[in-house]
Design a protein around this ligand. Structure first.
Ligand code: GLC
Length: 554
């Protein structure tokens, strides 16, 4: 621990210092708005833009990577601009601070939910890696990076633990799903317990945790300008261990990552085993973040080469086989089956009869999205919010595809946003299909929880995607919808119903990532320069491979 904390300043050997988008040195430039993108803003956005530019200027003049403020009580962001802060913002900050978890006097994370009314605590009293991400972004935006650094270092130490389920040892790089700090008031000692899947309901290891860790390390580096943390041998090794888990060669014929059901935010059986978009988008993002942070030393170089190859293959595969729009749907609808050899059009032998009825109505003429899963004879046509937002943020989606995703959200507003943003997945599975797919899960009944429930935490991802695509008005509309209910309802974990009108059946109240997600959405919209922390521009090097498919509309 001391070795990590006592970080020495090392010369930057980060990759891609030669003019690439991913160059960390450039990532750490003062935040600026992307002028290209602004040209696509509509009239309303243009008037907003002048406000945003003022906000950015204000931020620029305050920005000093070394001397971050640590005003632990004041939300600095609201002082930075001319907006009157919404009364919910102050309440949200207070609630977020109440969720802080301390280890030996230092804040190391935020608890999943501070719901005193709930009888069943389960593991909601733990710090979840994925849940901490919006908290971390809120603290970074507010100029409080210490807690994020503490969290990154603490989880890195946990990665080093030996992980077992019964007699089986898990891969070295696996990051915990969650950890808990135990305070012993008598002996005055704090200890930590962690869960890598061996205690989790269903016993699945969280594939997303390692990706979130890498993504957060880059967000910290980009936000603070402190390269030294990412450059420590410990962080470099942590990244390599995570990468070693997902870059290994085996029987795979696809560049996507093969996963068990329940290995991500959707941590129960929901038929997302195989190659879920939720994981592939985070995988892509984490690979690009790691590429920017890995050193070009002997060990780093090997991984850099493997990452570059994988990114090419992965973007090709995803952009071609996961992408669905009106034209592509029509092509699949007319697929021939049992084709053999390299000339096959229907490569995965998808039987057109397996296309669900709902997708024909759901698909707008303009718009498209990355479907849930693609594997032999199986396309999961469901829409997943996190995967699609992160496809935009990581530039896994081409600019045309990103626009099409936003078009779809606008065209299917009632279905995807309704009365509470945002549906985690659409549509719900019901009846016999629900029995088979979920194993009769009483928590995931139709239009509830992971099965078509609405999750306020997703608001920050939607907002970031809206800003990236130059369509902040969509985010503004969604935030206004959320503001009518969130505080009044006590920041629920999720909402139920086709429109998300009902507080979720078993939803926790004061769910931290609902609170932090709202704050991040608000602050990013107020000052879009923060987007860079969690977004990557398109990598030009990947472009030539990407031929525009004849099925793309825009
Ligand atoms: C539930 C969610 C999961 C989240 C956890 C803590 O298990 O499905 O995504 O991380 O609660 O909030």
């Amino acid at each position: 621990m001391d070795g990590i904390m006592g970080i020495r300043k090392v010369a930057s050997h980060c990759s891609l210092v030669d003019g690439d988008d991913l160059d960390l040195a450039r990532l750490l430039d003062k935040p600026k708005l992307n002028i290209e993108r602004q040209r696509s803003f509509d009239d309303r956005s243009l008037s907003e833009l002048s406000i945003n530019i003022r906000a950015v200027d204000a931020f620029d003049s305050m920005y000093s990577p070394g001397g971050i403020r640590s005003g632990f009580d004041t939300p600095a962001s609201s002082a930075r601009n001319s907006f009157e802060p919404h009364p919910m913002v102050a309440e949200a900050w207070e609630a977020l601070r109440r969720s802080l978890v301390y280890f030996r006097g230092q804040p190391v994370g935020t608890i999943a939910a501070v719901d005193h009314a709930s009888e069943e605590v389960l593991n909601y009293d733990q710090v979840f890696v994925r849940d901490f991400v919006p908290s971390a972004l809120a603290f970074l935006i507010n100029g409080e990076p210490e807690i994020v650094k503490n969290f990154l270092l603490k989880t890195l130490l946990l990665q080093g633990w030996e992980k077992r389920v019964d007699r089986f040892k898990l891969g070295e790089g696996v990051m915990p799903a969650s950890f808990k700090v135990l305070h012993d008031p008598l002996r005055k000692v704090d200890t930590i317990i962690a869960d890598f899947g061996e205690s989790a309901i269903g016993r699945v290891a969280p594939v997303d945790s390692g990706f979130w860790w890498i993504i957060l390390l880059r967000a910290y580096t980009k936000s603070t300008g402190d390269l030294s943390l990412a450059e420590t041998p410990e962080c470099q090794k942590g990244m390599r261990l995570i990468l070693a888990l997902c870059l290994s060669e085996g029987f795979d014929t696809f560049p996507t990552l093969l996963c068990a059901d329940g290995c991500s935010m959707i941590d129960r059986r929901m038929g997302i085993y195989g190659y879920p978009i939720e994981i592939q988008a985070l995988f892509f993002m984490a690979l690009r973040c790691a590429l920017a942070m890995l050193k070009h030393d002997a060990e780093g170089k090997e991984f850099i080469e493997r990452i570059v190859k994988r990114l090419h293959a992965l973007s090709y595969h995803m952009r071609n086989y996961f992408w669905l729009d009106f034209q592509k749907l029509n092509v699949i609808y007319r697929y021939k089956t049992e084709e053999y050899s390299h000339t096959a059009v229907n490569k995965f032998n998808v039987i057109p009869d397996s296309i669900p009825e709902w997708v024909f109505d759901f698909m707008p003429t303009r718009g498209g999205y990355f479907i849930g899963n693609v594997s032999p004879a199986r396309m999961d046509f469901r829409w997943f919010a996190l995967g699609n937002c992160f496809a935009i943020l990581s530039s896994l989606a081409t600019p045309e595809q990103s626009m099409a995703i936003m078009d779809l959200i606008e065209a299917r507003w009632d279905e995807l946003v309704g009365e509470m943003p945002l549906k985690i997945a659409y549509p719900a599975i019901e009846g016999h299909e629900w029995r088979i797919v979920t194993g009769c899960d009483p928590k995931n009944t139709r239009w509830s929880y992971h099965n078509g429930g609405s999750w306020p935490v997703l608001l920050w991802m939607l907002t970031a995607a809206c800003i990236k695509t130059g369509r902040p008005q969509i985010a503004r509309r969604a935030i206004e919808v959320a503001e009518t209910r969130l505080l009044k309802d006590g920041w629920p974990e999720y909402y139920d119903g086709t429109l998300g009108r009902y507080v979720g059946k078993q939803a926790r109240k004061f769910q931290t990532w609902s609170i932090a997600g709202y704050l991040v959405a608000k602050m990013m919209l107020e000052d879009p320069s923060h987007l860079g922390m969690i977004s990557l521009e398109e990598d030009k090097a990947m472009k030539p491979l990407m031929k525009r498919s004849s099925s793309w509309t825009c």
